[in-house]
Ligand binder design. Structure first.
Ligand code: ISE
Length: 338
């Protein structure tokens, strides 16, 4: 049977996911969509046979035929929608960040504790990327020895007008936070943030935007993770990660799928956007989520991962403001997430 999906938020990611159902992802059908922009949501629903359009997320979640909920609204709207879904015992895939603050993520974990099971998956799709998966396999197999460093670069061609200095950390670097926790199997324990003089393109995109930034993280296993985040680099979308271990290094994200040599030059193309660079990862993430949700469970990054990322973001924002190394405070990990 087909899983009925409510999609909350029909912006860039929400509409990209809607497109996936019925095309690259089978076994599920969008039966309800919600967005505060009434015209937009009607337009999206019009392209879906028999889907209801709502401006209230709660109404979409409560609509007939909804078996699972995909949340792609902005971070501050996630908690309320998740709690509605959990009240109904529905599996959730929630785009990152799970919540803007750790307190909200803790409330989601409490709701799952009351249910006695995990129903929330966070959209940390890099875990489903083929290159990241290879790197994880190599590290787990001890292929380069004990990891000492992860050197990460995360670049966007341009940031949207609503993008703030805080979001470089809470919406962009949050991916490296999760990737580092997952790759290393360790928690992040402290954060330091350096902010060079903003690039001219960043200042033109939004007054006072602190872009780029350099984020330094320490981990529970004694590794160091550095991230250059640059969301107005102009030339394309790039996510690179080099792991340095005791006996070797491994690097992903160079995008050398094809190198062209012609007329005395060599070169290749750079993806322009995350929906292109991570298209396969988004597909795989959604297929896996649908398969698990059909059995009434989730098996990807969970609310604890969302909570830990929010705790690191909070420390990162404090560190960015103070210029001082800031420890990450984590609650005890409940047994439900072990
Ligand atoms: C965006 O929300 C994402 O999740 C992208 O992966 C990231 O590269 C971008 O900086 C974020 O704004």
């Amino acid at each position: 049977s087909t899983l009925g999906i409510a999609v909350i938020g029909t912006g860039k990611m929400g509409s990209d996911h809607v497109r996936r159902f019925g095309r690259t992802v089978g076994g599920a059908r969008v039966v309800a969509v919600a967005d505060p922009d009434g015209d937009r949501v009607k337009e999206v629903a019009a392209g879906l046979e028999g889907a209801g359009a709502h401006t209230d997320p709660a109404a979409a979640i409560a609509a007939p035929g909804v078996d699972a909920v995909l949340i792609a609204s902005p971070g501050p709207a996630h908690e309320e929608a998740i709690l509605h879904a959990l009240e109904r015992g529905l599996p959730v895939l929630c785009e990152k960040p799970l919540t803007p603050d750790p307190a909200g993520a803790l409330r989601i974990m409490e709701a799952e504790a009351r249910l006695g099971r995990r129903l929330v998956q966070v959209g940390f799709m890099r875990r489903y990327d083929a290159e990241y998966a290879r790197l994880k396999e190599l590290l787990d197999a001890g292929g380069i020895g004990r990891p000492l460093f992860l050197h990460c670069r995360h670049r966007n061609a341009a940031s949207p007008s609503f993008f703030t200095s805080d979001m470089l950390i809470s919406d962009s670097v949050v991916h490296e936070v999760d990737a580092a926790r997952w790759l290393l199997g360790q928690e992040i324990t402290a954060v330091t943030v350096l902010s060079p003089t903003p690039s001219s393109a960043a200042s033109a995109a939004r007054e006072g935007l602190r872009d780029p930034r350099f984020v330094l993280m320490e981990t529970s296993g004694g590794a160091v993770v550095d991230v250059e985040i640059f969301v107005n680099c102009g030339f394309g979308y790039q996510v690179q990660c080099e792991a340095v271990g005791e006996s070797g290094t491994a690097r992903i994200g160079d995008g050398h799928a094809m190198v062209v040599q012609s007329a005395g030059r060599w070169g290749g193309e750079i993806d322009q956007d995350f929906t292109v660079r991570f298209a396969d990862a988004y597909d795989r993430q959604l297929r896996r989520w649908v398969a698990a949700a059909a059995l009434g469970r989730v098996d990807g990054p969970d609310a604890w991962d969302g909570y830990a990322a929010a705790a690191v973001s909070e420390a990162g924002l404090t560190a960015a403001r103070s210029g001082v190394r800031t420890p990450v405070e984590l609650a005890q990990r409940p047994a439900l997430y072990s």
